[in-house]
Design a protein around this ligand. Structure first.
Ligand code: HEM
Length: 356
């Protein structure tokens, strides 16, 4: 039973809910909204309640609310098996601030502009190898481009061969999460260690990726090589307010976070941008004629509106909270639905149209 005071839930079993959400997420969310309105409650696990909302006022309240009450780290707990519990995405409060302060300096404007050159060079090389005059799936190429870029930015490896060696175990790990069906199978085999268990295969791939990261951490610490311009070097050299560096396992979790958050998201967004342009030739023609980056910027934003890479964010309530008409108890997870918000006809007239 869902405690009183929570929004209605679409009348579904937990299995239906998990399968619907993972296999056909947009159709599932549309159906929930049609049935229940702008607030509904999902229960993906026995002890996890997710109050999804598409109400713009409530979503603003969540994003501008007190992070001590709206815990993002607790909300993101499902990412722990991949990213580790010391990932910025899984932390709250003081510890989150400590990691943010150490992570932010490598992301300043000057350095980002320098990465821009590398990005252009890597993208041009991959695009030159695309087949001509026949259709092909563009996502794998986008994944290769953004993986090479993030490996270069994080590890500062100039040689494409070495970049590929660094990227391979990570690619193998992420390929296990490549389709919704695979994620569902992983969730269903959670912590099962039998020889055919998808979970066991995932754990083995994670071990390979970790081995590479820990080996590199040890190598750089031993060589005292903290002078480089890459993100890894800057994180090794970073000290918190007490003068303490990140520990090996904290470093592993943050490196994994940057590698995963930095390349899979951008690859998916880029692939969808090409999909949108291919299906909207007038937009493509205008983009090719544009004289500055303003229209390109609009094309990217409109792509992220209609094809949001991350369909929702999650915050776990540390205290009760009034959200729209609902008095939510502490412990509930609130999930602003980026996907449903972006399709609201009262905000975007003809919301399904691609209009950069
Ligand atoms: C199209 C590309 C991207 C999308 C759609 C995206 C989306 C998101 C979203 C939705 C969040 C959670 C925000 C929240 O809970 O309020 C997030 C957090 C984060 N992203 Fe990205 N992201 C992208 C690219 C990147 C890149 C390139 C990097 C790093 C190189 C990155 C690193 C992070 C980190 C470290 C966090 C956690 C921040 C914190 O908790 O303080 N993301 N991203």
């Amino acid at each position: 039973m869902i405690p009183p005071g929570l929004p209605p839930r679409p009348d579904l079993s937990r299995l239906n809910m998990s399968v619907g959400f993972m296999v056909t997420p947009t159709r599932f969310l549309d159906a929930c909204q049609r049935r229940c309105g702008d607030y509904f409650t999902l229960r993906p696990q026995e002890d996890r309640l997710l109050v999804v909302t598409a109400d713009p006022g409530a979503i603003k309240q969540v994003f501008t609310g007190d992070p001590a009450v709206l815990n993002a780290g607790e909300g993101n707990i499902v990412l722990a098996p991949l990213l580790g519990s010391a990932s910025t995405l899984l932390l709250d409060g003081e510890e989150h601030m400590r990691h943010r302060r150490m992570l932010l300096p490598p992301f300043h404007g000057e350095r980002m502009r320098a990465y821009g050159e590398t990005m252009r060079e890597i993208a041009a090389r991959h695009i030159a190898a695309w087949p001509r005059r026949r259709t092909f799936a563009v996502l794998p190429s986008m994944q290769a481009i953004t993986l090479e870029i993030i490996v270069q930015a994080v590890f500062g490896v100039d040689d494409p061969g070495r970049r590929a060696r660094f990227g391979a175990p990570l690619r193998a790990l992420l390929d296990m999460l490549g389709s919704r069906r695979q994620v569902l199978m992983l969730a269903l085999s959670l912590n099962r260690t039998g020889p055919r268990s998808p979970w066991a295969k995932f754990a083995a791939a994670r071990e390979d990726a970790d081995a590479l990261l820990y080996e590199e951490i040890a190598r750089r610490r031993a060589s005292g090589d903290e002078e480089g311009e890459d993100i890894f070097s800057l994180l090794l050299a970073a000290r918190d307010e007490a003068g303490e560096p990140l520990t090996d396992s904290e470093l592993r979790d943050e490196l994994m976070t940057l590698l995963v958050a930095g390349h899979e998201t951008t690859a998916t967004a880029l692939a969808w941008a090409l999909e949108r342009l291919r299906r909207n030739p007038a937009v493509l023609a205008r983009l090719l004629e544009a004289e500055d980056d303003a229209y390109l910027d609009a094309v990217i934003k409109e792509t992220l509106r209609l094809r949001p890479v991350v369909p929702a964010v999650v915050r776990r309530l540390a205290e009760p909270m009034q959200l729209g008409p609902w008095s939510l108890p502490a412990g509930v997870n609130v999930a602003p639905s980026i996907y449903l918000l972006h399709r609201r006809a009262d905000i975007y007239p003809e919301p399904d149209e691609f209009r950069p």
